[in-house]
Design a protein around this ligand. Sequence first.
Ligand code: 5GP
Length: 189
Amino acid sequence: MKELEEKIRHYGKVIEPDVLKVNSFLNHGVDPILMDHIGKAFADHFKNNEITVVYTIESSGIAPALMSALYLGVPMVILKKNMSSTMSDDLLHATVTSFTKGNTYDLTIEKSLIHDTDRILFIDDFLANGQAAFGVIDLIGQTNASLVGIGIVIEKAFQNGRKLLKEKGYDVYALTSIKRMDSSTITFK
Ligand code: 5GP
């Protein structure tokens, strides 16, 4: 997606050899027009997959996932990293290791929000080593619902998330894929 690549080239900052900061348009500040185009691009790609619901993980996946759900005409579910007192006790959990923070968190969903007939599209902001996606796979695997697609805004192709997911039979659709990056240059695939 050219528009996204231009934003990354212009505003992205490589803050560690494998960490890209995109706080001006995706992770902190959010560009609504770009989110609209991202949602449309995911919806176009997955339109024939009979998606019934879009999942994401709080918080950086919410903007692209919401726009994708809007264009697909389906609801969105935010998988929680932090428990809140408003959540019921009837929950499903999966443990995920955070790529950027290095700690683990408990991915949680209320059972009432997941249905055996669901055909789920998971949207996330980044794909690094696939830990977040595997947490979602674990969660959905505790039910009879199906994960039918994984949509990623920015894939870092020099990390092994796609390979690990492919080995398990999951195909990833990424809007941009970074082949390599350093503090001066970002090269797209
Ligand atoms: P994975 O679970 O695939 O190892 O990492 C993906 C998750 O870690 C994403 O949900 C994202 O929030 C975070 N992440 C991974 N790499 C980056 C990065 O380079 N920049 C930012 N901002 N977040 C990242």
